[in-house]
Design a protein. Structure first.
Lengths: 241, 204, 222
């Protein structure tokens, strides 16, 4: 089952495959995002939240992608540690800044969405708080990659950190939920989503996912090209010296 | 005691550099091997590879313990007596405490005082290690080797920082270890002073 | 294996006691933090009593962090770790010994000081008792998770800066349940938090040696 995946482990193969996929993924992402936004603006204004419910279409998908990205990093880290998949490290490292950005986007839009309702730009709601902690997990992961000079060691250490974080993440969310009910009661940002909202939400979520996939592929490709450039320079230096 | 140390098609990579490849050698009980080569060529890496700290990029290291038993994985470190170029000495502990800790850690009951006396450190037994000279620290490391009861000695520049009396002691110690059936593998710029095979790295 | 394990544990405790006492440093930090907070928020004892659990828990966690980056660093830098790795102890046992030594030399002293600081904050008796119990149960988790961070940042020149960033998010549940246990006790509620805290410490204590050993192994190869 793993064999076909390892066929694309070869950077050259990946470049070919991603090169073919990238235009399509980007196009689909664009279509999905535009469609989602248009549908979103045509949604009847919520009696309670007014047109700001539209921000939900920007916030919730960002949240979904932020969490999925961390799961993807954890999965890639597993592949890196256990099966020594050669591209896994690159993929994990490339995904992190993207995940962090989507998390930040989720926090900002969550704040903007909540402002009309709460009267404040921030509340220590369970979801936002967990989300903030997720942002720190991302930042720590990125910082570890940058701090260790030896690439192989950095990759292994980051992989261990990602897995530890992934195991901890459900515990963190559980504890924050528990904390929230202890101090505040009902979570504010949850609630039923009416069907008329559901479609734009799903389409936006899809659009975000595709956007993430496209950006991710671009970053991996960039890293592969950078590696090639570095090894060429190294060989040039060795030959000259 | 062990029968031999064997390296088969050993390769080592540090970062992006390939240090050596296709290295084969065997050292039997009672033999000594000196690893020679310029600085940075991989002598320390080879020692760390043999000890099991570093996984080889290719090939394997095998410690043959008897006709039927070999030790190959990380646990082969249990057979190693190590003297690296770092001293492994805590400044806050006294000489005696340092050696005692080591003996307890390695689970050996040894005549610690005898070892200290042999290395000329018995007067420093209560002295905190921060006051030791570089040569004295090296002797403490050698005393450690003496009490460790480990068959395979891996030493990284054993004669460095020692005066001529110290070097004589060290050579004597290594020779005695070989004579009692142990194996000595050392990276050294200086000659051993007794019969040892030589392995040169970086020749190709 | 009690001989080698015990000797490593004793050595680490002895080193902690001799090198300017990491216990003293952690206690001083804890006490200073507890002093600065009232300076920041005012002397109203009712307010201080309400925030006591959280403030003291956060203070304890931060104080315990102070000595974490040196958990393996010293031995790594002077070559002792090589010798320890070649001993009959497995790296997992080494990690366990180190984390226990850390807890005994920081977490436990902090726990013992906490009732005094609880007094400074006007925390009622039942709250103070629960604070001590929660710290006793929870500080092992801090040492255990901290040890993983120490393993990850080993060999970094200024690893001390990045270590808090790595492990503080992971310690959020410990702070939540620890302080939550005190709140529950103050309000006379059933204390589910304590059980959760204990479970967390147990899990962390059991798993951390394996993860920490993996990190140490990684750095020994470097």
């Amino acid at each position: 089952m793993l064999k076909p995946m390892f066929r694309y482990a070869n950077p050259a193969q990946f470049m070919r495959l991603s090169g073919a996929l990238l235009p399509w993924v980007s196009l689909l992402a664009l279509i999905a995002l535009v469609t989602g936004l248009v549908l979103g603006f045509h949604v009847p204004p919520d009696y309670q939240q007014g047109m700001t419910v539209v921000i939900m279409f920007v916030h919730v998908p960002a949240a979904i992608v932020a969490e999925s990205a961390y799961a993807a990093i954890a999965l890639a880290s597993l592949f890196s540690l256990v099966w020594r998949h050669p591209l896994a490290d690159t993929a994990a490292r490339a995904a992190a800044p993207l995940g962090a950005m989507f998390t930040a986007l989720g926090l900002i839009t969550g704040s903007l969405w909540g402002r009309p309702m709460w009267g404040a730009y921030w509340v220590w709601d369970a979801r936002l708080t967990s989300f903030l902690l997720l942002l720190f997990l991302y930042l720590g992961y990125i910082a570890l990659w940058n701090a260790i000079e030896d690439e192989t060691r950095a990759a292994r250490a980051a992989a261990i950190l990602a897995l530890v974080g992934a195991v901890n993440l459900p515990i963190i969310k559980f504890s924050v939920d528990w904390w929230n009910t202890l101090h505040q009661g009902e979570s504010i940002l949850s609630g039923q989503i009416a069907p008329v909202f559901l479609w734009p939400l799903l389409i936006m979520a899809l659009g975000y996912m595709l956007l993430f996939a496209a950006l991710w592929m671009i970053r991996i490709r960039t890293e592969i090209v950078n590696r090639r450039a570095r090894s060429l320079m190294q060989r040039g230096a060795d030959a000259a010296g | 005691m062990i029968l031999s140390l064997t390296a088969e098609k050993l390769a080592c990579t540090r970062g992006d550099r390939r240090l050596f490849a296709d290295l084969d050698f065997q050292v039997g009980a009672g033999e000594a091997l000196v690893i020679e080569g310029a600085n940075g060529v991989g002598k320390t890496s080879l020692l760390r590879l043999i000890a099991g700290f570093l996984p080889p990029a290719a090939g394997r290291v095998v410690i043959v313990m008897s006709e039927t038993a070999i030790s190959e994985g990380e646990e082969r470190g249990r057979h190693v007596g190590w003297l690296g170029h770092q001293d492994g000495i805590k400044p806050q502990l006294s000489v005696g405490e340092q050696l005692e800790f080591f003996a307890n850690l390695y689970g050996v009951r040894s005549a610690l005082n005898g070892a200290l006396e042999r290395m000329g450190l018995s007067r420093q037994r209560l002295l905190p290690c921060r006051y030791l000279s570089a040569g004295q620290k090296k002797r403490l490391g050698l005393a450690r080797l003496m009490v460790s009861k480990r068959p395979l000695w891996l030493l990284d520049e054993p004669f460095a920082a020692l005066d001529s009396a110290g070097r004589f002691l060290a050579a004597e110690l290594m020779q005695a270890h070989c004579a009692s059936g142990g194996i000595v593998v050392a990276a050294s710029h200086d000659p051993f002073g007794f019969k040892a095979r030589s392995l040169r790295l970086g020749a190709s | 294996m009690s001989g080698p394990f015990a000797s490593l544990l004793m050595r680490d405790l002895r080193l902690a006691a001799r090198s300017g006492g990491s216990a003293a440093l952690a206690l001083a930090f804890f006490a200073l933090m507890a002093t600065l907070v009232p300076l920041g928020v005012g002397a109203d004892l009712r307010l201080l009593a309400r925030v006591a659990a959280g403030v003291l828990w956060v203070g304890a966690v931060l104080a315990a962090l102070l000595s974490l980056d040196r958990l393996f660093q010293g031995d790594f830098d002077d070559g002792s770790l090589d010798l320890i790795a070649l001993s009959p102890l497995s790296l997992e046992q080494v990690a366990l010994a180190k984390f226990l030594a850390h807890w005994l030399s920081t977490g436990l002293p902090l726990t013992l000081l906490s009732p005094v600081l609880a007094l400074l904050f006007g925390l009622p008796g039942n709250g103070a008792v629960m604070l001590v119990i929660s710290l006793l149960l929870g500080t092992p988790a801090v040492s255990a998770i901290g040890a993983i961070g120490a393993g990850l940042t080993l060999s970094l020149k200024r690893g001390g800066l990045i270590l808090p960033l790595l492990i503080l998010p992971l310690l959020a549940p410990v702070v939540i349940f620890g302080a939550g246990a005190v709140s529950a006790a103050l309000n006379g509620l059933a204390n589910g938090a304590l059980g959760l805290l204990g479970a967390l410490s147990l899990a962390a204590g059991l798993l951390s040696p394996f993860v920490t050993a993996a990190c140490v192994r990684l750095n020994l190869a470097g």
